[in-house]
Write a protein that binds this ligand. Structure first.
Ligand code: HEM
Ligand SMILES: *[C@@H]1O[C@H](CO)[C@@H](O)[C@H](O)[C@H]1NC(C)=O
Ligand SMILES: *[C@@H]1O[C@H](CO)[C@@H](O)[C@H](O)[C@H]1NC(C)=O
Length: 340
């Protein structure tokens, strides 16, 4: 009897251990089932960024917009169906999220080397990591094993992704709700600092005309209220931005401005220094340095870029851990735009 219950207990423990290990992401998840995965993704991402550097920023943002809506499950990539309206048309994504065709290209390349094995959710995670590295940032080991959702939710996207009008408390509480700290918030928001590094690199290497190599961009409609109505903004910076973003709603809504300010001759220019100088483009950016609890983090990063780099990588890994589907949940989509 005792012997039997010991056996039972052992089996139970085994089930618990195996069950939890299959439900966890790991860096070697596809090492047997798709050994060429990482090089395949990287070459497609590289050629997309060679064609258009901004695509690196766009792919990174897709991963963020996927993970903040019911977890990193590829739901963002689904087109409308008769049973749901997709997330592509939600407010934070409409006329703004881009790179879906590049994701399709990556998926086809991956299907060619190992068909039906790799999820679209994992492709987003790898493409985001590769983009940061190709744009001159650091790299990290990306955790894999996510599966794809069979549904998407426009309303969850509207509610889940913070708008640029958010104040600091709203940003912190949304990040906290997903297991991310205020420090993660600041580090993740600071990616343009990484991208700035690369912009300088690109300009030096290719010596092309300045404006053609800006990386992350925002539309006038995302920052109009800030540049005309806010007082915690550097006035010459506001004037510069006003030149290509008219006051009247309805005109110039899609005019683009770089998320970081353009002074390609200066090397000490970065996102955090801009914030300290009241030169954040989005209201939500400047909230990170506006007399509140994250001021010290911003100041720390502005003085110590290497602490920013390591915090950024660990925050990306944490973001990638948000509620993945694993094990037998969800599916491995054949086409990222459609459920199987
Ligand atoms: C903290 C809250 C955040 C808010 C309120 C926010 C808001 C925005 C807005 C409004 C834009 C411009 C969109 C447009 O006008 O079309 C933008 C662009 C961008 N965001 Fe965020 N964002 C946040 C956090 C993040 C995070 C965590 C990441 C990634 C780790 C990220 C990555 C990007 C990138 C790369 C772009 C430029 C995309 C492109 O040029 O295609 N953002 N963001
Ligand atoms: C998806 O559905 C929404 C709501 O009906 C619509 O506004 C949008 O244009 C559709 N998108 C596509 C690509 O068909
Ligand atoms: C600035 O604020 C005023 C008063 O609240 C408002 O009427 C106006 O539309 C705002 N302008 C912009 C560009 O947001």
């Amino acid at each position: 009897m005792a012997c039997f219950s010991n056996l039972g207990l052992t089996l139970l423990l085994l089930v618990v251990v195996l069950g939890s290990s299959s439900a966890k992401l790991s860096t070697n998840f596809y090492s047997k089932s798709c050994p060429n995965l990482l090089s395949t993704v990287k070459s497609t991402v590289t050629s997309a960024i060679n064609k258009e550097p901004r695509m690196g920023a766009s792919l990174l943002r897709l991963f963020f917009h996927d993970c903040f809506v019911n977890g990193c499950d590829g739901s963002l990539l689904l087109d409308n169906t008769s049973s749901f309206t997709g997330e592509k048309n939600a407010n934070p994504n409409r006329n703004s999220a881009r790179g879906f065709d590049v994701v399709d290209n990556i998926k086809s390349a991956v299907e060619n080397v190992c068909s039906g094995v790799v999820s679209c959710a994992d492709i987003l995670a790898i493409a985001a990591r590769d983009s940061v590295e190709i744009l001159g940032g650091l790299t990290w080991n990306v955790k894999l094993g996510r599966r794809d959702a069979r549904t998407a939710s426009q309303s969850a996207a509207n509610n889940g992704i913070p708008p640029p009008t958010s104040n600091l408390n709203q940003l912190i509480s949304r990040f906290n709700a997903l297991g991310l700290s205020a420090r993660d918030l600041v580090a993740l928001s600071g990616l343009s600092s990484l991208l700035q590094l690369h912009k300088i690199l690109l300009l030096t290497v290719s010596s092309v005309h300045a404006g053609s190599h800006t990386i992350g961009q925002a539309r006038c409609t995302s920052f109009r209220a800030r540049i005309y109505n806010e007082s915690n903004i550097d006035s010459s910076f506001a004037q510069t931005r006003q030149r290509s973003c008219p006051r009247a709603t309805g005109s110039g809504a899609n005019n683009l401005a770089p998320l970081d300010i353009q002074t390609p001759t200066s090397f000490d220019n970065n996102y955090f220094k801009n914030l300290v100088n009241n030169r954040g483009l989005l209201h939500s950016d400047q909230q990170l340095f506006n007399g509140g609890s994250t001021d010290s983090i911003v100041r720390g990063y502005s003085n110590n870029p290497s602490s920013f780099n390591s915090d950024f990588a660990s925050a990306m890994i944490k973001m990638g851990d948000i509620s993945p589907l694993t094990g037998s949940q969800g599916e491995i989509r054949k086409n990222c735009r459609r459920v199987n």
